[in-house]
Design a protein around this ligand. Structure first.
Ligand SMILES: [Fe+2]
Ligand SMILES: [Fe+2]
Length: 185
């Protein structure tokens, strides 16, 4: 008899954050960054833009790996019976971090710079396939993806402010902005 309408419920103020969706969104964004680098690689004059994109890649991957390692992986490892899968993910993260550290200390034009970015992209591609193809389907059945998702989102925004994400480097802005008339007339 209670004429409860859905509107009477707690309004969904906080956006629902699903762990799997959040992590897959990250994967998509990083893939796009590697795609951008691939295009820049074909140009001779894109060193500054390359450096910016690589910095973005390194920051995004560092934040992503940190939230997975601090929150997601331990939760999944505790609930699924697949030590090998989780151990391999750990080792792949270690490999990626090694390349990220090398790239953070390097500049475009340095020996093997492009190759390092390309190999990092391949490593991430492989890693993402295993996560999305094997780990996430198991995780979905085993953990509370909404609760973990909220934790991931909170930690992610904390790390983003620590790492000062959100101010795009000037060289990523469109290069045609110099033609605007000066303020006034
Ligand atoms: Fe991931
Ligand atoms: Fe991962």
């Amino acid at each position: 008899m209670a004429n409860t309408k859905d509107g009477a419920r707690k309004p969904a103020k906080t956006p629902v954050t699903d762990a799997i969706e959040l992590l897959m969104q990250d994967h998509k964004e990083v893939k796009a960054m590697f795609g951008a680098f691939k295009k820049l690689k074909e140009r001779e004059d894109a060193e500054e833009e390359k450096a910016d994109v690589v910095q973005q890649i390194c920051t995004a991957l560092t934040i992503h790996a940190t939230i997975e390692e601090e929150i997601f992986y331990p939760a999944v490892r505790a609930e699924i019976d697949d030590e090998d899968l989780m151990d391999e993910a750990d080792v792949e993260h270690a490999g990626a971090k090694e390349l990220i550290a090398q790239l953070e200390a390097a500049s475009p034009g340095d020996d093997h710079y492009d190759a390092k970015v390309t190999v990092l992209g391949e490593l991430i591609d492989h890693h993402v396939k295993e996560e999305e193809g094997e780990m996430f389907p198991k995780a979905k059945k085993a953990i509370d993806t909404k609760a973990i998702g909220a934790e991931l989102a909170a930690r992610k925004s904390e790390l983003e402010s620590e790492m000062d994400v959100g101010t795009p480097p000037p060289s990523l802005k469109k290069a045609n902005s110099g033609r605007r008339a000066p303020a006034g007339k």
